[in-house]
Design a binder for this molecule. Structure first.
Ligand code: SIN
Ligand code: CO
Length: 374
């Protein structure tokens, strides 16, 4: 509890949620007093050059921005000349256990809102320019110093034709220089600009806010595999019509009735959310164990060591349903609390009492590469 209060600058979770979350920025000096970062610039660049990593390289020269996307080669980070630059790596928590541990500190926000841990490195002057994001973010400073400028301005016009979303007019209202362990919370659409003062690494803990349009479109995608609509078109009473190209009202009425059979309830919406929000991003793949343990050996290992989710796994739950990496499973009534425990903490301790049915599920997920004995 003490860590969380320090993390939130002395506020309780309830106070932070009431007064700041989604409402206004909050600067927290020494949010994580001993935090110095989880990796050094070279390790971040090595990560950016990895196969299954989403990374961006932003360069800046004479007010003009350049943007490149991964995959990268080490040579891409060789010669920048006079250009200022920054590299940003998404999903660092998928590669670094310490990244996942860092995210656990933010479990006071539901996992269904979590996006990922992004880490950036920039030498002096580097940054991505003034912009706004459509998610909530905690910007935690690692090594070095970053000047953060923010504005609550309403004008969100972007520079046309720029490779990045850069605000055309940015009027700074407040600014601070953050050092290791300091943190800035920004609600969605709060304009901000971060400029590296020296060799600077920033850890962004991001929480997504999907648009209703995205949710509705994706719900229809989810629904299309699950709907059941009976019957087929028939027109034994067909009447001759003057214009054969016209869709007749009888056809329209019949199809309208057919489509009205498409129904959904709250459980469909909950299960859609569980699948959609736990769905891995397209570049993420799970590695099945190369020489998998037999089910009996797996169960022994879980008894002895406990079990933990793979760093890339996302697990959510709702009302007896478990969602893992975009798949849904109905848990037995007795198994649900245990699986929810696994989803909450990403691990189960040794000597946990696990039913046969639940062990079978865990074994299936082990074979899929979603979890491992600890
Ligand atoms: C950065 O770490 O340089 C950018 C983070 C952000 O502005 O969202
Ligand atoms: Co931003």
């Amino acid at each position: 509890m003490k860590t969380i209060q320090t993390l939130l600058g002395g506020l309780s979770v309830a106070e932070f949620l009431r007064d700041y979350w989604q409402k206004k920025p909050l600067l927290i000096r020494k949010a994580l007093p001993s935090f110095e970062g989880l990796l050094d610039p070279q390790q971040l660049i090595d990560l950016a050059c990895g196969e299954d990593v989403q990374a961006r390289l932003v360069t800046q020269h004479g007010g003009k921005f350049g943007l490149q996307h991964s995959p990268f080669e080490p040579e891409d980070f060789g010669h920048f000349g006079k250009k200022k630059w920054t590299v940003l790596v998404q999903g660092v928590n998928h590669h670094l256990p310490e990244g996942t541990e860092l995210l656990k500190l933010f479990s006071f926000i539901p996992h269904a809102r979590l996006d990922d841990l992004m880490v950036s490195y920039a030498p002096a002057g580097g940054g991505v320019g003034p912009h706004f994001d459509s998610y909530d973010v905690f910007l935690l400073q690692g090594a070095g110093h970053r000047r953060w400028q923010i504005s609550t301005q309403k004008d969100q016009t972007l520079i046309e034709g720029a490779p990045l979303r850069i605000l055309k007019d940015f009027s700074v209202e407040q600014e601070w220089v953050l050092e290791a362990g300091d943190m800035l919370y920004l609600p969605p659409h709060c304009a901000h600009n971060g400029i590296a003062e020296d060799d600077c690494m920033t850890y962004s803990i991001g929480f997504r806010t999907p648009s209703y349009q995205e949710l509705a479109e994706q719900f229809l995608v989810y629904l299309q595999d699950r709907i059941e609509v009976n019957g087929m078109y028939a027109d034994p009473d067909l009447k001759a019509q003057k214009h054969p190209s016209e869709i007749g009202s009888a056809m329209l009425g019949q199809v309208e009735q057919a489509i009205k059979q498409v129904r959904w309830d709250k459980e469909d919406i909950a299960n859609f959310l569980g699948c959609y929000l736990s769905e891995p991003k397209p570049h993420i793949f799970f590695d099945s164990p190369q020489r998998p343990l037999s089910e009996a050996k797996f169960r022994q290992a879980v008894q002895k060591q406990g079990v933990e989710l793979d760093l890339k796994s996302q697990m959510l739950c709702h009302a007896g349903w478990i969602f893992i990496n975009g798949e849904e499973f109905e848990a037995g009534k007795d198994d649900y609390p245990l699986l929810r425990e696994l989803a909450d903490h990403r691990e189960l301790p040794a000597a946990t009492d696990i039913s046969d049915e639940c062990a079978e599920l865990l074994y299936q997920w082990y074979q899929d590469g979603y979890l491992t004995p600890r």
